[in-house]
Design a protein around this ligand. Sequence first.
Ligand SMILES: O=P(O)(O)OC[C@H]1O[C@](O)(COP(=O)(O)O)[C@@H](O)[C@@H]1O
Ligand SMILES: [Mg+2]
Ligand SMILES: [Mg+2]
Length: 336
Amino acid sequence: MKPISLTRYLIEEQRAGRINADLRLLIEVVARACKSISHSIGKGALGGVLGDAGTGNIQGEAQKKLDVLSNEILLEANEWGGHLAGCASEEMDDPVKIPNVYPKGNFLLLYDPLDGSSNIDVNISVGTIFSVLHCPDGVTDPEVEHYLQKGSTQVAAGYTVYGPSTLLVLTVGNGTHEFTLDREMGSFLMTERDMKIPEDTKEFAINMSNQRHWEPPMKKYIQELLDGKTGPRGKDFNMRWVASMVADVHRILTRGGIFIYPKDLKDPSKPGKLRLMYEANPMSLIVEQAGGASTTGLQRILDVQPTALHQRVPVFLGSKNEVEVATRYHLEAQGK
Ligand SMILES: O=P(O)(O)OC[C@H]1O[C@](O)(COP(=O)(O)O)[C@@H](O)[C@@H]1O
Ligand SMILES: [Mg+2]
Ligand SMILES: [Mg+2]
């Protein structure tokens, strides 16, 4: 049977009353922008898009040309899209208000335009992550405070992986589904409905080079995985780390695993590396909708009350039972 297109899937969700026309069209605009990013990435050195932009973002990270380009593609597509009141990006200091000359809607879009961008120059998978929130009633020019909503209020979340194939993984709160870009047709076609993350796993993903900076429960947890069959866990674990969250999370959605970017003491001012609003929240909704779990080590990520737009959080996500073990170690260390 021929796979259904993203458009058809979204129309079905609208007919079932789970999304409205505006949200359907907003997701279509984001998907179109991601297609355009995919084309730019695909050109590589021939398109002159590799290398550093020579600028930095608000978090003090050097920007790649493709970080800037992907941000512009998403911004331009959505400014004109007519479904947004505003948008915010990992690569922009402040949220953008949709000018009154454009048609406006009542959604807020947040995105990491290019995730894993340190991998772009070495031709390893990168991606885009996005999150959609309602703009509070009566607000037409949203300020930062209007974006500071818990992840549990997201109305949609998704990511694309620009890898051997370009994939879009999406949830509108009714399961997590995978679409693959058919490059000839130019449309995303559903290649897996209702993705399910196995509850148990023997695979973990973490940047081990930070080990000496971890807190005691983190060190203990990973040591037990490394001890394998003869240790307290009684089984051998394998390790994978792509260093593109989209690729690591996609592997976990496909075959299970636990992805961890813990708090570390390298820079005590940063409680983790990943951004709550652009990375942790959308990925957590996607993972939970696929039967997995996602915590900060101490609480469910989707329950974290954001206090700043570019806030960072520790992230433990993936196979439910494994996330529970890692979270338990952290809670016990706090006497909870
Ligand atoms: O360089 P490290 O410490 O391995 O960190 C890798 C992590 O950082 C990220 O690249 C951060 O994302 P950005 O590329 O969007 O800044 C994640 O995708 C990835 O999981
Ligand atoms: Mg990122
Ligand atoms: Mg990024």
